[in-house]
Design a protein around this ligand. Structure first.
Ligand code: HEC
Length: 114
């Protein structure tokens, strides 16, 4: 097969289109709770230089609704030094999963928090 400049250009264009489509699909894929936590929350809420209070402690199932509502409010609207996070930064699906993981104590450091 002879590759004409025009054919090469078309192939290149198709490749670019494909790359853009794949990237867009990946962006819509919800991140796992630990990814969101590590990317967005941990640097303020974990470790000895944390500026925010501990938020990884386990809560009993019976208060998940109330605690979840409260945390969602803080994340979406901010609170004093904590900035608000928009839907474009953390989707509702990601936030739901993150809050559930936080309340279940999944990210609680074993030694420093009960
Ligand atoms: C820029 C630093 C920063 C980031 C990033 C941050 N926070 Fe905060 N957060 C704070 C500070 C500071 C407070 C304390 C606000 C206050 O009450 O004065 C706080 C408070 C909170 C509270 C209230 C805690 C309580 O017991 O009252 C929750 C819940 C919370 N953050 C969740 C999160 C989650 C979830 C994320 C990630 C999506 C996050 N934060 C990202 C700084 C941050």
């Amino acid at each position: 097969m002879e590759v004409t400049p025009r054919g090469a250009l078309a192939a290149l264009f198709a490749l670019i289109l494909l790359a853009v489509t794949v990237t867009a699909a990946e962006a819509e894929e919800p991140r796992a709770p630990h990814q969101v936590f590590n990317q967005v929350c941990a640097h303020c809420h974990m470790g000895d230089k944390a500026v925010g209070p501990p938020i990884t402690m386990k809560f009993p199932e019976s208060v998940h609704k109330a605690r979840g509502d409260y945390m969602r409010q803080v994340v979406r609207h901010g609170r004093n030094a904590m900035p608000a996070f928009r839907h474009s930064e953390i989707s509702d699906v990601e936030l739901d999963a993150l809050l559930e993981a936080l309340m279940s104590g999944e990210f609680a450091p074993r030694s420093t928090e009960k």
